[in-house]
Design a protein around this ligand. Structure first.
Ligand SMILES: [Zn+2]
Length: 91
């Protein structure tokens, strides 16, 4: 008797592809429409993106990208930021 192999379930990859949200539900259009991402607000520790329906132009959602998320995204890059070594206090 051969038992069926347990395959690792792959998580669905259609939530957010990197930074671009493909489509969201628009209440005005009553349908899922492609959206346009617009940078709404830039704060010292986060950025807020606004998602506009490409059909009617109304805002269908917002997303906050915190500095931590940005650091995570940067950490995946091969190039890393050089940090300056802290100088010890001299007495
Ligand atoms: Zn719409």
């Amino acid at each position: 008797m051969t038992q069926p192999q347990h395959q690792h379930e792959q998580p669905p990859q259609q939530q957010f592809e990197n930074f671009t949200a493909s489509s969201l539900y628009c209440q005005k259009c009553r349908a899922t429409t492609p959206v346009r991402e617009r940078l709404l607000l830039v704060l010292p520790d986060k950025e807020i993106f606004d998602y506009l329906c490409t059909e009617c132009g109304s805002s269908v959602g917002q997303r906050e990208v915190t500095a931590g998320e940005k650091m995570m995204a940067q950490a995946t890059r091969p190039r890393r930021k050089r940090y300056l070594p802290l100088k010890p206090h001299t007495r």
